[in-house]
Design a protein around this ligand. Structure first.
Ligand code: HEC
Length: 157
């Protein structure tokens, strides 16, 4: 025998209703999915990827002695960076000095390379990762390291 379950008459009339909390849950999940998609979109498009190949101090030192690399760094810098950071890298225009004792983002190869590649667009530092070859980014980074060391020895005299 099939026993019909007892349903209170006031509930029978209502039909299928979605409760407020179910709707709320669906809303929150939809929102989360959209937020996730937007984040993935931003991560993939707006930022050039940082492609810092591990580089040893010995490699940096030998690139610093490589006239061709340093000449490239110099030319790139005067062409693209000097208008903000000054022809002697000592800032004073739109960008800060790159050869003084203060640094905003660090002075290691990795941190310099990262700032140059990604920029700080909100503060007026353009990102160069999409415009320059890795070779040029590296030359610029090492050029800055060299100029900073050079400026330090100059000021000690
Ligand atoms: C339109 C002006 C502008 C140009 C062009 C520009 N920069 Fe900058 N740069 C800035 C500004 C402004 C900052 C400071 C960002 C901040 O305050 O967060 C900065 C910061 C930096 C820093 C970090 C300094 C620190 O103290 O940590 C480095 C390194 C740097 N720039 C390198 C370069 C190089 C290399 C180029 C050329 C390929 C370049 N910049 C071109 C405006 C510029």
């Amino acid at each position: 025998m099939y026993n019909k379950p007892m349903i209170p008459p006031e509930r029978l009339k209502k039909g299928p209703t979605i409760s407020f909390w179910k709707l709320f849950l669906i809303f929150v999940i939809t929102l989360a999915i959209f937020a996730g998609m937007i984040l993935i979109f931003l991560a993939n498009t707006s930022k050039p990827t940082v492609n810092v190949k591990p580089i040893t101090d010995i490699q940096i030192a030998s690139l610093m002695k490589d006239d061709e690399v340093m000449q490239n760094g110099h030319v790139q810098f005067q062409l693209r960076c000097a208008r903000c950071h000054g022809t002697n890298l000592d800032g004073g225009l739109e960008g800060p000095s790159l050869v003084d004792d203060t640094t905003l983002y660090g002075e290691s190869f990795e941190s310099l390379h990262r700032v140059i590649t990604l920029g700080v667009p909100v503060n007026g530092m353009p990102s160069w990762g999409n415009q320059l070859l890795e070779e040029d980014l590296q030359a610029l980074t090492i050029y800055i390291i060299k100029m900073k060391a050079f400026t330090k020895t100059q000021s000690k005299r």
